[in-house]
Design a protein around this ligand. Sequence first.
Ligand code: CAP
Ligand code: MG
Ligand code: MG
Length: 481
Amino acid sequence: MQTKYIKLGTNEVFNDQYMLAVFHVDTYRDELLDAASEIAAESSTGSNINIGTSTRFSDSLNAIVYNIDREKKLVWIAFPWRIFDRGGNVQNIITYINGNILGMGNLSACKLLDVWFPSSMLDQYDGPSYTIDNMRQYLDLYDIPILGTIIKPKIGLTSSEYAEVCFDFWSGGGAFVKNDEPQANQDFCDYESMVKYVRQAMDEAEKVTGQTKVHSFNVSAADFDQMIERAELVKKTMKPGSYAFLVDGITAGWTAVQTIRRRYPEVFLHFHRAGHGAFTRLENPFGMTVPVLTKLARLAGASGIHTGTAGIGKMSGSVGEDIVAAKLALDIESDGHFFEQSWYKVNEKDDDVSRELFVNRFIDKDWIEKEKKAQNKVNYHLLDSVRSKHFIQDWRKMKKTCPIISGGLNPVLLAPFIDAMQDVDFITTMGAGVHSHPQGTRSGAKALVQACEAWQQKVSIEEYSKTHPELRVAIDFFGKK
Ligand code: CAP
Ligand code: MG
Ligand code: MG
Protein backbone atom coordinates (compact mmCIF):
# COMPACT_ATOMS: atom_id res chain seq x y z
CA MET A 1 0.00 0.00 0.00
CA GLN A 2 1.41 3.39 -0.96
CA THR A 3 -0.45 5.48 1.55
CA LYS A 4 0.76 8.85 0.37
CA TYR A 5 -1.35 8.38 -2.77
CA ILE A 6 -4.55 7.84 -0.80
CA LYS A 7 -6.84 10.53 0.59
CA LEU A 8 -10.26 8.99 0.70
CA GLY A 9 -13.06 11.51 1.02
CA THR A 10 -10.87 14.55 0.49
CA ASN A 11 -12.35 17.68 -1.06
CA GLU A 12 -9.03 19.16 -2.04
CA VAL A 13 -9.17 17.51 -5.47
CA PHE A 14 -12.15 19.67 -6.41
CA ASN A 15 -10.12 22.85 -6.59
CA ASP A 16 -9.72 23.01 -10.38
CA GLN A 17 -6.15 21.76 -10.20
CA TYR A 18 -6.97 18.10 -10.69
CA MET A 19 -8.16 16.06 -13.61
CA LEU A 20 -10.49 13.38 -12.31
CA ALA A 21 -10.68 9.85 -13.56
CA VAL A 22 -12.68 6.81 -12.63
CA PHE A 23 -11.41 3.30 -13.29
CA HIS A 24 -12.87 -0.14 -13.08
CA VAL A 25 -10.15 -2.13 -11.29
CA ASP A 26 -9.75 -5.74 -10.32
CA THR A 27 -6.73 -7.61 -9.01
CA TYR A 28 -5.25 -11.09 -8.87
CA ARG A 29 -4.10 -10.82 -5.30
CA ASP A 30 -4.16 -7.32 -3.76
CA GLU A 31 -6.88 -5.63 -1.84
CA LEU A 32 -8.58 -3.04 -4.08
CA LEU A 33 -7.37 0.07 -2.23
CA ASP A 34 -3.87 -1.31 -2.23
CA ALA A 35 -4.02 -1.77 -5.99
CA ALA A 36 -5.54 1.67 -6.42
CA SER A 37 -2.64 3.28 -4.61
CA GLU A 38 -0.22 1.42 -6.89
CA ILE A 39 -2.11 2.69 -9.93
CA ALA A 40 -2.00 6.25 -8.63
CA ALA A 41 1.73 5.95 -7.99
CA GLU A 42 2.61 4.39 -11.35
CA SER A 43 0.47 6.85 -13.29
CA SER A 44 1.92 9.94 -11.64
CA THR A 45 5.13 10.33 -9.66
CA GLY A 46 5.96 6.90 -8.34
CA SER A 47 6.82 3.30 -8.95
CA ASN A 48 6.15 -0.01 -7.21
CA ILE A 49 8.25 0.85 -4.17
CA ASN A 50 8.36 4.13 -2.29
CA ILE A 51 11.20 6.11 -3.85
CA GLY A 52 13.85 7.95 -1.92
CA THR A 53 14.31 10.76 -4.41
CA SER A 54 10.90 12.35 -3.87
CA THR A 55 10.84 16.00 -2.87
CA ARG A 56 8.11 18.00 -1.19
CA PHE A 57 7.36 19.51 -4.57
CA SER A 58 7.28 16.19 -6.42
CA ASP A 59 4.93 14.87 -3.74
CA SER A 60 2.57 17.76 -4.45
CA LEU A 61 2.19 16.20 -7.90
CA ASN A 62 1.07 12.80 -6.66
CA ALA A 63 -2.12 11.41 -8.08
CA ILE A 64 -4.66 10.87 -5.32
CA VAL A 65 -7.12 8.04 -4.80
CA TYR A 66 -10.06 9.98 -3.43
CA ASN A 67 -12.91 7.52 -3.64
CA ILE A 68 -13.49 3.81 -3.90
CA ASP A 69 -16.49 1.54 -4.41
CA ARG A 70 -15.46 -1.98 -3.47
CA GLU A 71 -18.70 -3.57 -4.52
CA LYS A 72 -18.57 -2.20 -8.05
CA LYS A 73 -14.77 -2.25 -8.10
CA LEU A 74 -14.55 1.41 -8.99
CA VAL A 75 -11.63 3.63 -8.12
CA TRP A 76 -11.57 7.41 -8.46
CA ILE A 77 -8.18 9.03 -8.96
CA ALA A 78 -7.34 12.73 -9.23
CA PHE A 79 -4.34 13.82 -11.30
CA PRO A 80 -2.78 17.24 -10.79
CA TRP A 81 -2.95 18.49 -14.36
CA ARG A 82 0.37 20.30 -14.02
CA ILE A 83 2.06 16.94 -14.54
CA PHE A 84 0.94 17.01 -18.16
CA ASP A 85 3.14 18.31 -20.95
CA ARG A 86 2.46 21.97 -21.59
CA GLY A 87 1.07 23.01 -24.93
CA GLY A 88 -2.10 20.94 -24.97
CA ASN A 89 -0.57 17.54 -25.58
CA VAL A 90 -3.22 14.80 -25.49
CA GLN A 91 -0.75 11.99 -26.18
CA ASN A 92 0.99 12.88 -22.93
CA ILE A 93 -2.19 12.62 -20.87
CA ILE A 94 -2.81 9.13 -22.23
CA THR A 95 0.74 8.07 -21.49
CA TYR A 96 -0.03 8.68 -17.80
CA ILE A 97 -3.60 7.54 -17.42
CA ASN A 98 -3.62 4.68 -19.93
CA GLY A 99 0.08 3.91 -19.99
CA ASN A 100 2.16 1.61 -17.80
CA ILE A 101 -0.77 0.88 -15.52
CA LEU A 102 -2.42 -1.25 -18.19
CA GLY A 103 0.48 -3.68 -17.94
CA MET A 104 0.76 -3.98 -14.16
CA GLY A 105 1.15 -7.61 -13.14
CA ASN A 106 -1.12 -7.51 -10.09
CA LEU A 107 -4.14 -6.23 -12.02
CA SER A 108 -6.75 -8.38 -13.74
CA ALA A 109 -8.71 -5.29 -14.85
CA CYS A 110 -7.91 -1.64 -15.29
CA LYS A 111 -10.34 0.22 -17.48
CA LEU A 112 -10.64 3.98 -17.59
CA LEU A 113 -14.37 4.57 -17.59
CA ASP A 114 -14.52 8.33 -17.60
CA VAL A 115 -12.46 11.48 -17.17
CA TRP A 116 -13.25 15.02 -16.15
CA PHE A 117 -11.20 18.05 -17.11
CA PRO A 118 -11.14 21.13 -14.86
CA SER A 119 -11.70 24.41 -16.65
CA SER A 120 -8.17 25.62 -16.00
CA MET A 121 -6.88 22.54 -17.81
CA LEU A 122 -9.34 22.81 -20.69
CA ASP A 123 -7.94 26.23 -21.49
CA GLN A 124 -4.65 24.58 -22.41
CA TYR A 125 -6.13 22.45 -25.20
CA ASP A 126 -7.10 23.37 -28.73
CA GLY A 127 -10.48 21.73 -29.16
CA PRO A 128 -12.00 21.67 -32.65
CA SER A 129 -11.72 24.59 -35.02
CA TYR A 130 -13.75 23.71 -38.12
CA THR A 131 -16.99 22.02 -37.07
CA ILE A 132 -19.94 20.24 -38.65
CA ASP A 133 -21.70 23.63 -38.65
CA ASN A 134 -19.07 24.94 -41.05
CA MET A 135 -19.54 21.88 -43.23
CA ARG A 136 -23.30 22.33 -43.16
CA GLN A 137 -22.85 25.89 -44.37
CA TYR A 138 -20.63 24.74 -47.21
CA LEU A 139 -23.09 22.00 -48.18
CA ASP A 140 -26.13 24.13 -47.45
CA LEU A 141 -27.63 21.17 -45.60
CA TYR A 142 -29.47 21.62 -42.35
CA ASP A 143 -31.72 19.63 -40.04
CA ILE A 144 -30.74 16.24 -41.44
CA PRO A 145 -27.68 14.06 -40.91
CA ILE A 146 -24.98 14.59 -43.52
CA LEU A 147 -25.32 11.55 -45.75
CA GLY A 148 -22.08 9.93 -46.80
CA THR A 149 -20.31 6.84 -48.01
CA ILE A 150 -16.97 5.08 -47.85
CA ILE A 151 -15.78 3.92 -51.23
CA LYS A 152 -15.73 0.13 -51.43
CA PRO A 153 -13.99 -2.13 -52.18
CA LYS A 154 -11.90 -0.98 -49.23
CA ILE A 155 -8.91 -1.15 -51.51
CA GLY A 156 -8.27 -2.30 -55.06
CA LEU A 157 -9.92 0.24 -57.32
CA THR A 158 -7.62 2.26 -59.52
CA SER A 159 -7.68 6.02 -59.05
CA SER A 160 -10.09 6.62 -61.92
CA GLU A 161 -12.38 3.76 -60.88
CA TYR A 162 -12.36 5.17 -57.38
CA ALA A 163 -13.42 8.58 -58.65
CA GLU A 164 -16.17 7.07 -60.77
CA VAL A 165 -17.71 5.48 -57.69
CA CYS A 166 -17.47 8.87 -55.95
CA PHE A 167 -19.29 10.42 -58.90
CA ASP A 168 -22.03 7.81 -58.74
CA PHE A 169 -22.63 8.44 -55.06
CA TRP A 170 -22.61 12.21 -55.38
CA SER A 171 -24.77 12.29 -58.47
CA GLY A 172 -27.28 10.07 -56.67
CA GLY A 173 -27.64 12.88 -54.12
CA GLY A 174 -25.13 11.92 -51.41
CA ALA A 175 -23.07 14.72 -49.89
CA PHE A 176 -19.97 13.24 -48.29
CA VAL A 177 -17.45 10.64 -49.44
CA LYS A 178 -14.50 9.34 -47.48
CA ASN A 179 -11.45 7.27 -48.25
CA ASP A 180 -11.57 4.02 -46.43
CA GLU A 181 -9.10 4.18 -43.57
CA PRO A 182 -6.28 2.08 -45.12
CA GLN A 183 -6.36 3.90 -48.45
CA ALA A 184 -3.09 5.74 -48.91
CA ASN A 185 -0.65 5.74 -51.83
CA GLN A 186 -0.87 2.18 -53.14
CA ASP A 187 0.92 1.30 -56.35
CA PHE A 188 -2.28 0.61 -58.28
CA CYS A 189 -3.98 3.79 -57.05
CA ASP A 190 -1.51 6.55 -56.52
CA TYR A 191 -2.47 9.38 -54.24
CA GLU A 192 -1.88 12.20 -56.64
CA SER A 193 -4.08 10.87 -59.41
CA MET A 194 -6.72 9.75 -56.90
CA VAL A 195 -7.00 13.35 -55.67
CA LYS A 196 -6.96 14.72 -59.21
CA TYR A 197 -9.75 12.40 -60.39
CA VAL A 198 -11.80 13.01 -57.27
CA ARG A 199 -11.71 16.72 -58.05
CA GLN A 200 -12.93 16.02 -61.59
CA ALA A 201 -15.67 13.70 -60.33
CA MET A 202 -16.75 16.31 -57.81
CA ASP A 203 -16.91 19.09 -60.40
CA GLU A 204 -18.95 16.85 -62.65
CA ALA A 205 -21.32 15.79 -59.87
CA GLU A 206 -21.80 19.36 -58.75
CA LYS A 207 -22.72 20.32 -62.28
CA VAL A 208 -25.25 17.51 -62.57
CA THR A 209 -26.86 18.00 -59.16
CA GLY A 210 -26.39 21.71 -58.50
CA GLN A 211 -25.20 20.71 -54.98
CA THR A 212 -21.81 21.18 -53.33
CA LYS A 213 -20.01 18.02 -52.18
CA VAL A 214 -17.30 17.06 -49.70
CA HIS A 215 -14.56 14.41 -49.82
CA SER A 216 -12.55 13.29 -46.81
CA PHE A 217 -8.98 12.32 -47.75
CA ASN A 218 -6.85 10.06 -45.61
CA VAL A 219 -3.62 11.98 -45.01
CA SER A 220 -2.11 9.49 -42.50
CA ALA A 221 1.39 8.54 -43.60
CA ALA A 222 4.69 7.03 -42.52
CA ASP A 223 6.18 10.31 -41.37
CA PHE A 224 5.35 13.91 -40.72
CA ASP A 225 6.65 15.26 -44.02
CA GLN A 226 4.70 12.78 -46.07
CA MET A 227 1.51 13.52 -44.15
CA ILE A 228 1.92 17.24 -44.79
CA GLU A 229 2.78 16.55 -48.43
CA ARG A 230 -0.51 14.69 -48.83
CA ALA A 231 -2.44 17.44 -47.10
CA GLU A 232 -0.84 20.11 -49.25
CA LEU A 233 -1.61 18.20 -52.41
CA VAL A 234 -5.28 17.97 -51.43
CA LYS A 235 -5.35 21.63 -50.48
CA LYS A 236 -3.82 22.61 -53.81
CA THR A 237 -6.17 20.44 -55.86
CA MET A 238 -9.52 20.92 -54.10
CA LYS A 239 -11.76 23.93 -53.44
CA PRO A 240 -11.70 25.25 -49.85
CA GLY A 241 -14.53 23.65 -47.91
CA SER A 242 -14.82 20.69 -50.30
CA TYR A 243 -12.32 18.50 -48.50
CA ALA A 244 -11.69 17.07 -45.06
CA PHE A 245 -8.51 15.50 -43.71
CA LEU A 246 -8.94 12.01 -42.34
CA VAL A 247 -6.38 10.86 -39.80
CA ASP A 248 -6.19 7.30 -38.51
CA GLY A 249 -5.96 8.68 -35.01
CA ILE A 250 -5.08 5.45 -33.24
CA THR A 251 -2.58 3.94 -35.68
CA ALA A 252 -1.03 7.21 -36.92
CA GLY A 253 -1.41 8.56 -33.42
CA TRP A 254 -2.47 11.60 -31.48
CA THR A 255 0.50 13.61 -32.65
CA ALA A 256 -0.73 13.24 -36.22
CA VAL A 257 -4.21 14.36 -35.16
CA GLN A 258 -2.94 17.41 -33.32
CA THR A 259 -0.53 18.31 -36.10
CA ILE A 260 -3.33 18.45 -38.64
CA ARG A 261 -5.55 20.36 -36.23
CA ARG A 262 -2.90 23.02 -35.73
CA ARG A 263 -1.68 23.26 -39.32
CA TYR A 264 -5.11 23.32 -40.92
CA PRO A 265 -7.66 24.98 -38.64
CA GLU A 266 -9.74 25.80 -41.73
CA VAL A 267 -10.26 22.13 -42.60
CA PHE A 268 -12.62 19.52 -41.14
CA LEU A 269 -10.49 17.04 -39.19
CA HIS A 270 -11.93 13.53 -39.48
CA PHE A 271 -10.70 11.20 -36.71
CA HIS A 272 -10.97 7.57 -37.84
CA ARG A 273 -10.49 5.31 -34.85
CA ALA A 274 -9.55 1.98 -36.48
CA GLY A 275 -7.87 -0.13 -33.80
CA HIS A 276 -9.75 1.36 -30.86
CA GLY A 277 -11.52 -1.94 -30.29
CA ALA A 278 -8.32 -3.31 -28.77
CA PHE A 279 -8.80 -1.11 -25.73
CA THR A 280 -12.45 0.01 -25.79
CA ARG A 281 -14.33 -3.26 -26.18
CA LEU A 282 -16.29 -4.32 -23.15
CA GLU A 283 -14.82 -7.81 -23.38
CA ASN A 284 -11.43 -6.28 -22.68
CA PRO A 285 -10.99 -5.41 -18.99
CA PHE A 286 -8.06 -3.12 -19.84
CA GLY A 287 -7.99 0.21 -21.63
CA MET A 288 -10.52 3.02 -21.86
CA THR A 289 -14.14 3.37 -22.92
CA VAL A 290 -15.52 4.89 -26.10
CA PRO A 291 -16.73 7.99 -24.24
CA VAL A 292 -13.22 8.61 -22.88
CA LEU A 293 -11.71 8.22 -26.36
CA THR A 294 -14.30 10.64 -27.68
CA LYS A 295 -13.60 13.23 -24.99
CA LEU A 296 -9.88 13.03 -25.70
CA ALA A 297 -10.55 13.48 -29.42
CA ARG A 298 -12.54 16.61 -28.66
CA LEU A 299 -9.71 17.88 -26.50
CA ALA A 300 -7.27 17.23 -29.35
CA GLY A 301 -9.47 19.16 -31.76
CA ALA A 302 -11.11 16.53 -33.97
CA SER A 303 -13.99 18.05 -35.95
CA GLY A 304 -15.55 14.61 -36.07
CA ILE A 305 -14.85 11.14 -34.68
CA HIS A 306 -16.51 7.79 -35.23
CA THR A 307 -18.61 6.96 -32.19
CA GLY A 308 -20.20 3.70 -33.29
CA THR A 309 -23.66 2.60 -34.28
CA ALA A 310 -24.94 1.60 -30.84
CA GLY A 311 -25.17 -2.02 -31.87
CA ILE A 312 -27.39 -1.20 -34.87
CA GLY A 313 -24.60 -1.78 -37.41
CA LYS A 314 -21.81 -4.34 -37.76
CA MET A 315 -19.44 -3.17 -35.05
CA SER A 316 -19.58 -4.02 -31.38
CA GLY A 317 -21.24 -1.24 -29.43
CA SER A 318 -24.20 -0.29 -27.32
CA VAL A 319 -26.58 2.56 -26.67
CA GLY A 320 -25.00 3.00 -23.26
CA GLU A 321 -21.58 3.63 -24.77
CA ASP A 322 -21.98 4.89 -28.33
CA ILE A 323 -24.88 7.26 -27.85
CA VAL A 324 -23.34 8.61 -24.68
CA ALA A 325 -20.09 9.20 -26.57
CA ALA A 326 -21.88 10.85 -29.47
CA LYS A 327 -23.76 13.15 -27.12
CA LEU A 328 -20.64 13.92 -25.18
CA ALA A 329 -18.83 14.94 -28.32
CA LEU A 330 -21.67 16.99 -29.60
CA ASP A 331 -23.81 18.44 -26.93
CA ILE A 332 -23.57 21.65 -25.08
CA GLU A 333 -24.80 19.72 -22.12
CA SER A 334 -25.11 15.97 -21.98
CA ASP A 335 -24.88 12.91 -19.85
CA GLY A 336 -21.67 10.95 -19.63
CA HIS A 337 -21.01 7.66 -17.98
CA PHE A 338 -19.73 9.39 -14.92
CA PHE A 339 -19.30 13.02 -15.82
CA GLU A 340 -21.98 15.07 -17.48
CA GLN A 341 -20.48 17.71 -19.68
CA SER A 342 -21.67 21.18 -20.53
CA TRP A 343 -19.39 22.53 -23.17
CA TYR A 344 -20.17 26.21 -23.32
CA LYS A 345 -21.53 27.42 -20.04
CA VAL A 346 -19.26 28.90 -17.44
CA ASN A 347 -20.49 27.81 -14.06
CA GLU A 348 -20.83 30.37 -11.37
CA LYS A 349 -19.12 28.06 -8.96
CA ASP A 350 -16.72 25.37 -10.01
CA ASP A 351 -18.50 22.73 -8.07
CA ASP A 352 -19.28 20.52 -11.06
CA VAL A 353 -17.57 17.49 -9.71
CA SER A 354 -19.27 17.46 -6.42
CA ARG A 355 -22.50 17.17 -8.36
CA GLU A 356 -22.15 13.49 -8.90
CA LEU A 357 -25.50 12.13 -9.83
CA PHE A 358 -27.51 9.24 -11.04
CA VAL A 359 -28.92 9.76 -14.48
CA ASN A 360 -31.28 7.04 -15.54
CA ARG A 361 -31.65 7.99 -19.15
CA PHE A 362 -29.10 5.53 -20.42
CA ILE A 363 -29.56 2.82 -17.86
CA ASP A 364 -31.63 0.30 -19.65
CA LYS A 365 -32.03 -2.79 -17.50
CA ASP A 366 -33.75 -4.81 -20.25
CA TRP A 367 -30.94 -4.04 -22.60
CA ILE A 368 -28.36 -5.27 -20.13
CA GLU A 369 -30.33 -8.49 -19.67
CA LYS A 370 -30.54 -8.98 -23.42
CA GLU A 371 -26.84 -8.31 -23.78
CA LYS A 372 -26.03 -10.80 -21.06
CA LYS A 373 -27.94 -13.52 -22.83
CA ALA A 374 -26.56 -12.73 -26.26
CA GLN A 375 -22.87 -12.25 -25.60
CA ASN A 376 -21.46 -14.40 -22.89
CA LYS A 377 -17.99 -12.92 -23.29
CA VAL A 378 -19.00 -9.47 -22.10
CA ASN A 379 -17.57 -8.36 -18.81
CA TYR A 380 -20.90 -7.91 -17.01
CA HIS A 381 -19.42 -6.34 -14.01
CA LEU A 382 -17.92 -3.62 -16.13
CA LEU A 383 -21.08 -3.31 -18.13
CA ASP A 384 -23.06 -2.66 -14.98
CA SER A 385 -20.56 -0.22 -13.54
CA VAL A 386 -20.40 1.65 -16.82
CA ARG A 387 -24.06 2.32 -16.48
CA SER A 388 -24.13 3.30 -12.89
CA LYS A 389 -23.27 6.92 -12.29
CA HIS A 390 -22.56 10.17 -14.01
CA PHE A 391 -20.62 13.31 -13.35
CA ILE A 392 -20.91 16.85 -14.63
CA GLN A 393 -18.35 18.41 -16.94
CA ASP A 394 -18.10 21.99 -18.08
CA TRP A 395 -16.29 22.32 -21.40
CA ARG A 396 -16.22 26.11 -21.42
CA LYS A 397 -15.99 27.48 -24.91
CA MET A 398 -14.54 24.38 -26.50
CA LYS A 399 -16.33 23.72 -29.79
CA LYS A 400 -18.19 20.50 -30.47
CA THR A 401 -16.89 17.38 -32.19
CA CYS A 402 -19.44 15.73 -34.42
CA PRO A 403 -20.20 12.02 -34.22
CA ILE A 404 -19.51 10.07 -37.41
CA ILE A 405 -21.81 7.08 -37.54
CA SER A 406 -20.51 4.21 -39.62
CA GLY A 407 -20.12 0.47 -39.82
CA GLY A 408 -22.64 -1.90 -41.36
CA LEU A 409 -25.37 0.68 -41.85
CA ASN A 410 -27.73 0.87 -44.80
CA PRO A 411 -30.67 3.12 -45.77
CA VAL A 412 -33.14 0.95 -43.86
CA LEU A 413 -31.25 1.61 -40.62
CA LEU A 414 -31.13 5.41 -40.92
CA ALA A 415 -34.37 6.17 -39.09
CA PRO A 416 -33.71 3.67 -36.25
CA PHE A 417 -30.35 5.31 -35.68
CA ILE A 418 -31.78 8.83 -35.65
CA ASP A 419 -34.30 7.55 -33.10
CA ALA A 420 -31.52 6.11 -30.96
CA MET A 421 -29.60 9.39 -31.17
CA GLN A 422 -32.67 11.61 -30.84
CA ASP A 423 -30.61 14.00 -32.89
CA VAL A 424 -29.54 14.63 -36.49
CA ASP A 425 -26.32 16.49 -35.89
CA PHE A 426 -24.00 13.82 -37.24
CA ILE A 427 -22.37 12.53 -40.39
CA THR A 428 -23.28 9.02 -41.39
CA THR A 429 -21.24 6.99 -43.84
CA MET A 430 -22.60 3.80 -45.35
CA GLY A 431 -20.21 1.73 -47.43
CA ALA A 432 -21.59 -1.69 -48.26
CA GLY A 433 -25.01 -0.26 -47.41
CA VAL A 434 -24.81 1.86 -50.54
CA HIS A 435 -22.49 0.03 -52.94
CA SER A 436 -24.23 -3.33 -52.63
CA HIS A 437 -27.60 -1.89 -53.67
CA PRO A 438 -28.67 -4.31 -56.44
CA GLN A 439 -28.91 -1.41 -58.91
CA GLY A 440 -25.52 0.03 -58.03
CA THR A 441 -24.01 2.91 -56.11
CA ARG A 442 -26.08 5.73 -57.62
CA SER A 443 -29.31 3.95 -56.70
CA GLY A 444 -27.84 3.19 -53.29
CA ALA A 445 -27.25 6.91 -52.78
CA LYS A 446 -30.75 7.68 -53.98
CA ALA A 447 -32.20 5.13 -51.59
CA LEU A 448 -30.29 6.73 -48.74
CA VAL A 449 -31.53 10.21 -49.65
CA GLN A 450 -35.07 8.86 -49.98
CA ALA A 451 -34.87 7.16 -46.58
CA CYS A 452 -33.90 10.52 -45.16
CA GLU A 453 -36.73 12.30 -46.96
CA ALA A 454 -39.16 9.75 -45.55
CA TRP A 455 -37.86 10.44 -42.07
CA GLN A 456 -38.20 14.22 -42.64
CA GLN A 457 -41.77 13.79 -43.83
CA LYS A 458 -42.51 11.48 -40.91
CA VAL A 459 -43.70 8.65 -43.13
CA SER A 460 -42.45 5.07 -42.96
CA ILE A 461 -39.91 3.96 -45.54
CA GLU A 462 -42.45 1.32 -46.58
CA GLU A 463 -44.94 4.04 -47.43
CA TYR A 464 -42.37 6.28 -49.09
CA SER A 465 -41.00 3.44 -51.18
CA LYS A 466 -44.33 3.11 -53.02
CA THR A 467 -43.29 6.12 -55.09
CA HIS A 468 -39.50 5.73 -54.75
CA PRO A 469 -38.26 2.59 -56.49
CA GLU A 470 -34.62 2.77 -55.30
CA LEU A 471 -35.79 2.76 -51.71
CA ARG A 472 -38.12 -0.14 -52.47
CA VAL A 473 -35.24 -2.19 -53.83
CA ALA A 474 -33.09 -1.26 -50.82
CA ILE A 475 -35.77 -2.36 -48.37
CA ASP A 476 -36.17 -5.69 -50.12
CA PHE A 477 -32.44 -6.24 -50.32
CA PHE A 478 -31.19 -4.94 -46.96
CA GLY A 479 -34.33 -5.93 -45.11
CA LYS A 480 -33.36 -9.55 -45.72
CA LYS A 481 -29.71 -9.06 -44.67
C1 CAP B 1 -17.64 1.21 -42.64
C2 CAP B 1 -16.16 1.33 -42.46
C3 CAP B 1 -15.64 1.98 -41.16
C4 CAP B 1 -16.17 1.42 -39.86
C5 CAP B 1 -15.31 1.71 -38.65
C6 CAP B 1 -15.58 -0.05 -42.57
O1 CAP B 1 -17.98 0.47 -43.81
O2 CAP B 1 -15.61 2.05 -43.50
O3 CAP B 1 -14.25 1.88 -41.20
O4 CAP B 1 -17.41 2.01 -39.70
O5 CAP B 1 -15.98 1.49 -37.46
O6 CAP B 1 -14.64 -0.24 -43.29
O7 CAP B 1 -16.07 -0.94 -41.89
P1 CAP B 1 -19.42 -0.19 -44.02
P2 CAP B 1 -16.41 2.68 -36.49
O8 CAP B 1 -20.42 0.94 -44.08
O9 CAP B 1 -19.33 -0.92 -45.34
O10 CAP B 1 -19.66 -1.09 -42.89
O11 CAP B 1 -17.20 3.66 -37.31
O12 CAP B 1 -17.25 2.00 -35.45
O13 CAP B 1 -15.16 3.26 -35.94
MG1 MG C 1 8.56 4.53 -16.66
MG1 MG D 1 -13.59 1.84 -43.08
